[in-house]
Design a binder for this molecule. Structure first.
Ligand SMILES: [Zn+2]
Length: 292
């Protein structure tokens, strides 16, 4: 296939073993990248040590390798990229787009948790930094699967955190900086991140960065169209049975049922999958704004 400018990625958080929902996002993003003749990168989003599980990142990467899903470039670890995030934060502070915030959770409870102006009852030694979201900041984008998504970020989310009071980087800032730094053209991930996307687009605009195309895969639908329970989706995948597990993921993506029937091993299965993958078969979302 001809080289293309397509650059996709899979970005797991090491908060546990690779589960079926994550594998679906990994396999789906890999298939879309290969289908486009593009590259596929893996980025470990290890920015939240309190939530991380020791050894989980390595086990996730080992599992991906067992499924034949390997990064085309060196794996990026967010925990080693503070300099990049700091530079973006400084720029936003200097441009007046970000501000120090002393509000506590208790303070914000008085305004239904939506930060529109500081309501701090006292100064904290380590304030958070938030992005100022102007009134009327309505962000709309067209998701290749979820369709038209629109969110009034000011009203529904408010000024959001870029660096937490505990000093850790917020996911929204890191993901926007990394997607731009890695030249990601197509973000393919689970629908659980759909409602983060308008915030990320606002941040891209504030930083003068391009907005990639978005595909949010409907992780919660089973092959019969019924919702998969949270506990099913959270089951660790069995990397010892990669062919069977990849076939199950293939079925969840509603791809041609017989295409992988004679796959002998992982490499053979992946070659067959790329040859018969059809993005238009991926199930659409039936979610309305109530699921955002
Ligand atoms: Zn505040």
């Amino acid at each position: 296939m001809a080289p293309s400018g397509y650059r996709g990625r899979f970005a797991p958080s090491p908060t546990g073993d690779l589960h079926f929902g994550s594998l679906l996002a990994a396999f789906g993003s890999w298939l879309l990248a290969r289908h486009a003749g593009g590259r596929w990168l893996v980025r470990v989003e290890d920015l939240d040590p309190p939530r991380e599980v020791a050894g989980a990142a390595r086990r996730q990467l080992d599992a991906l390798r067992a499924f034949g899903l390997e990064s085309d470039e060196e794996i990026v670890w967010q925990s080693r990229r503070s300099t990049l995030y700091e530079a973006a934060l400084v720029k936003l502070l200097q441009d007046g787009r970000a501000f120090y915030c002393h509000c506590s959770r208790t303070d914000l409870a008085t305004v239904a948790g939506v930060h529109r102006a500081c309501v701090a009852s006292r100064l904290r030694p380590d304030p958070a930094v938030r992005l100022r979201v102007d009134d009327g900041s309505v962000v709309a984008f067209d998701d290749a699967i979820a369709g038209r998504i629109e969110q009034d970020v000011a009203r529904e989310v408010g000024d959001f955190v870029l660096r937490r009071a505990d000093g850790f980087w917020a996911y929204q800032l890191a993901v926007v900086v990394d997607d731009a730094d890695q030249g990601i053209t197509d973000v393919v991930r689970g629908a659980d991140l759909l409602d983060s996307t308008p915030r990320q687009i606002l941040l891209q605009r504030a930083l003068g960065l391009p907005t990639p195309r978005y595909v949010h895969l409907p992780l919660v639908l089973g092959p019969d169209g019924r919702k998969l329970s949270k506990s099913d989706a959270a089951q660790p995948v069995d990397a010892a049975e990669p062919v069977a597990t990849l076939r199950a993921a293939w079925a969840r993506l509603r791809q041609a049922p017989d295409a992988l029937a004679d796959a002998r091993d992982v490499a053979h299965l992946l070659a067959r999958a790329v040859a018969s993958f059809d993005p238009t078969r991926i199930p659409r979302h039936d979610a309305g704004p109530h699921e955002m």
